[in-house]
Design a protein around this ligand. Structure first.
Ligand SMILES: Cc1ncc(C[n+]2csc(CCOP(=O)(O)OP(=O)(O)O)c2C)c(N)n1
Ligand SMILES: [Mg+2]
Length: 207
């Protein structure tokens, strides 16, 4: 499914989900992967990840606790050291629990932390746009350098800003390095997963 605001020339959240699904396809089919996801727009994009086996996909669907994905993935890796473990998270969610990655670094837990980085609390920015006639306020995130953060912990990082680098970058971060790895993926901030748009429009009585 293509979201509203899809831009062919950029990495849209749906492109990231598709590339991730492709890269971990074998492990997902065989139940050898564990993927955790977070709250926000990226969570909705992740609805499109194909899941084949029980206990391979953990979504904070009840309370939608922002910051769930990172510690959940670290716990999953402790529980299943042989599994390919991937956390998918947003940039704002990263600000909540990203520091937990120090534990992954300390214990050398090889988890890939994939950030849908739109430099915003994207889902809140969307609500502001819909409710306040386009006035967007305080829903940006501070432009932190996630790769420098990784470097400070002595772990790996890939920054992916070009669609053509998407699969190779994810492959490298998930399978190609021996340490925990952050994938800082710069996604199109104007792409909106369509189920969110429909829900919000219905909620606020707009068509
Ligand atoms: C503990 C907690 N605080 C606040 C929220 C409300 N909330 C849901 S999504 C979101 C912003 C998410 O931004 P980001 O992680 O960058 O994801 P994006 O929507 O940009 O993909 C907030 C504040 C929440 N779900 N949980
Ligand atoms: Mg965001």
């Amino acid at each position: 499914m293509r979201e509203l605001g899809y831009d062919e020339s950029r990495i849209n959240p749906s492109d990231l989900v598709k590339a991730l699904a492709h890269v971990i396809d074998n492990d997902m089919r065989e139940g050898k992967a564990v993927v955790t996801c977070d709250a926000g727009g990226n969570q909705v994009a992740m609805f499109e990840l194909p899941v084949y086996k029980p206990r391979t996909y953990f979504n904070p669907a009840g309370f939608t606790s922002l910051g769930f994905a990172i510690p959940a993935a670290i716990g999953a890796k402790v529980a299943r050291p042989e599994a390919t473990v991937v956390a998918t998270t947003g940039d704002a969610a990263f600000f909540m629990t990203g520091m937990e990655i120090a534990t992954a670094a300390e214990l050398n837990l090889k988890v890939a932390f994939v950030i849908f980085n739109d430099r915003a609390q994207g889902v809140l920015k969307l609500q502001q746009r819909l409710l306040y006639g386009g006035k967007v306020y305080a829903s940006h995130t501070y432009p932190m350098d996630f790769c420098k953060f990784a470097e400070s912990l002595g772990i790996d990082c890939v920054r992916i800003s070009d669609k053509k680098e998407l699969e190779d970058g994810l492959e490298k971060c998930i399978y190609g390095v021996s340490k925990p790895c952050i994938a800082d993926v710069l996604v199109n901030p104007d792409a909106v997963p369509t189920p969110i748009t429909r829900q919000l429009m219905a909620l606020f009585g707009r068509k």
